[in-house]
Design a protein around this ligand. Structure first.
Ligand code: G4P
Length: 531
């Protein structure tokens, strides 16, 4: 028994569960692939990313992804490295990402933020970063593509601090750039890691350790670069933020690494450092207080539901993040929200290119469980009969809206079934005009691609063709005044009143200005940014 408990704790301690966030094309897929290569989970480069060669990517499940060459769904990958058991939560890289992307971050314990050195902080990174910040999870920055000409590293640091509002502390510092890029100086180890473009980084880079003032560095780098490096490091030492483990773990300071995923340069030192600094799964907030992962009572929450992952089986999978206790195949657990017992018979895990049936899993792991239509996002499952509920997963405000209706009224039932299903998965949010039937709905999404996914899935999975009219609204506000008579509201041409599935009134706006206008015209109205 004691031995069981000890081996359980050992398993928890070696778990690291993180998400990789970036703007499309910054190199997230390439970096993930390099991690998998180091862990021996895949054998050759190109197994994950072969989008343009029409092969399927590991993280691609849906046909639409294959056609368009983008990741529509977020996926989960598990692999081993250096005695760590790593769970990577992938987030779609295309700009048309979805609410799913945000929700995936709820299941992560830390995040790796990939930035293209020639672009700096880009739009999508900003949005994803905000969710990580809200959760206070540690964020590690990998500034990628250092083999190419990029922005000045001090400007990149300033960008991170000004645009994202997080303090940063470079762990290594680039020497030269573009064609003249010589490598990085590791501030912790006092060593220069030499960049060798020729060997495509076949893992180990040459390192030269010594005091920065050492003459041997002049020989290696040339006088100009050596002087530049000395003055850069002096400036960082005086004016930069000091490394503080506590600040990193609280999400207030991001350690920054420079490297190149494509040539492997700096990837393994980054991974090692990341694994070293990050912690195993921590206690999670619930209605019964903080739940320790080492508690023997198995528990977890559902953060994502994906229907019809395999059209041949028309299956629906709920993704469960394990928060405490050990999971064993066939376990009977308590579905807290429904007050019912469920047997987790065919749990799946996602290992590199495969879905496999798991016998056991631990806190930090993600398992896919068969869902006969009983689970909702945010549901808690636990072993004992307590009324344990993990903190709610927030609903993220949609930014795009369209009017959707069926073209064939005989298919109305299937239309509603598909819409309900997709809204339960959290892919879309459904509204309607007050006093108008369900034939015409207003659909809200976080990224516009979701409209295409919606049309595609309604057609392929439910046999329903729809007509779609994009609407110009970009902002949503929930009316907080209880029992308000909305027919008294004075609206403008650039706003629209709709109701959600609970008949709560919601306003859609074209721009910030129209929100202010409505507030001025309707004294006493209270608008909330979240439902
Ligand atoms: P993403 O998942 O964040 O969208 O980015 P992805 O890894 O797909 O990389 C986007 C492009 O950037 C790819 O080139 C990739 O090869 C390149 N790239 C990634 N890391 C580096 C790096 O460290 N240095 C350089 N120079 N390029 C890098 P592509 O031409 O779009 O695709 P492909 O034809 O190479 O497959």
């Amino acid at each position: 028994m004691v031995e069981d408990k000890l081996s359980f704790i050992k398993e928890v301690k070696r778990r690291r569960t993180f998400a990789i966030i970036s703007h499309p094309d910054a190199g997230k897929t390439t970096l993930t692939e390099k991690f998998l290569l180091y862990g021996g989970a895949i054998r050759s480069a190109g197994s994950v990313k072969s989008r343009r060669s029409a092969k399927y990517a590991v993280s691609d499940w849906m046909e639409i992804e294959k056609q368009r060459g983008i990741s529509v769904t977020s996926s989960v990958l598990q692999f081993e490295y250096d005695d760590f058991c790593i769970n990577i939560l992938d987030t779609p890289g295309h700009q048309d990402f979805s609410e799913d992307t945000y929700r995936t971050l709820m299941a992560a314990d830390s995040a790796v933020m990939v930035i293209d050195c020639s672009k700096g902080v880009e739009d999508q990174t900003k949005k994803l970063f905000q969710v990580c910040k809200m959760r206070g999870i540690p964020i590690f920055t990998f500034i990628n593509k250092m083999d190419r000409m990029g922005k000045d590293p001090f400007d990149l640091m300033e960008d991170i601090e000004n645009v994202l509002g997080i303090r940063s502390c470079p762990v290594n510092w680039p020497i030269g750039s573009g064609k003249n890029f010589k490598g990085v100086y590791n501030r912790h180890e006092n060593q220069i890691e030499v960049f060798n473009d020729g060997n495509h980084g076949q893992s180990i880079a040459e390192t030269i350790t010594g005091d920065l003032s050492d003459e041997k560095f002049t020989g290696l780098l040339g006088e100009t670069l050596h002087e530049q490096l000395k003055s850069d490091i002096e400036l960082l030492d005086i004016a930069g933020d000091n490394f503080s483990l506590e600040e990193v773990l609280n999400g207030n300071l991001t350690p920054v690494f420079f490297g190149s995923a494509l040539t492997n340069f700096g990837v393994e030192p980054f991974l090692k450092s990341f694994l070293d600094i990050t912690t195993p799964p921590k206690a999670r907030a619930s209605n019964l207080g903080e739940i320790n992962p080492e508690s023997t009572n198995f528990s977890g929450f559902i953060f994502k539901i994906q229907a019809n992952m395999n059209p041949a089986h028309r299956d629906r999978i709920a993704f469960l993040r394990i928060c405490s206790g050990k999971f064993d195949k066939g376990m009977v657990v308590n579905h807290v929200q429904k007050g019912k017992k469920v047997k987790l018979a065919q749990p799946q895990q996602f290992v590199a290119t495969d879905r496999v049936i798991v016998d056991s899993a631990y806190p930090g792991d993600i398992i896919g469980i068969h869902d006969p239509g009983i689970f909702n996002i945010g549901d808690t499952l636990c072993q004992d009969d307590s009324k344990l509920e993990y903190a709610d997963i927030p609903q993220f405000a949609p930014e795009h809206f369209a009017r959707i209706s069926t073209t064939n009224s005989l298919k109305r039932k299937q239309f509603l079934k598909g819409i309900t299903q997709l809204s339960e998965e959290g892919a879309i949010q459904v509204y309607k005009r007050p006093n108008i039937g369900m034939e015409e709905l207003i659909i809200g999404v976080v990224g516009v691609l979701q409209f295409e996914v919606l049309e595609y899935r309604l057609k392929n999975e439910y046999g329903v063709e729809v007509s779609k009219q994009l609407l110009p609204y970009r902002h949503i506000r929930w009316i907080a005044n209880e029992g308000i008579d909305t027919s008294d509201l004075s609206l403008t041409m650039d706003s629209m009143l709709v109701v959600n599935k609970n008949e709560q009134p919601v306003l859609l706006f074209q721009n910030e200005w129209s929100i202010r206008h409505i507030l001025e015209r309707n004294e006493g109205i209270e608008l909330k940014e979240h439902s």
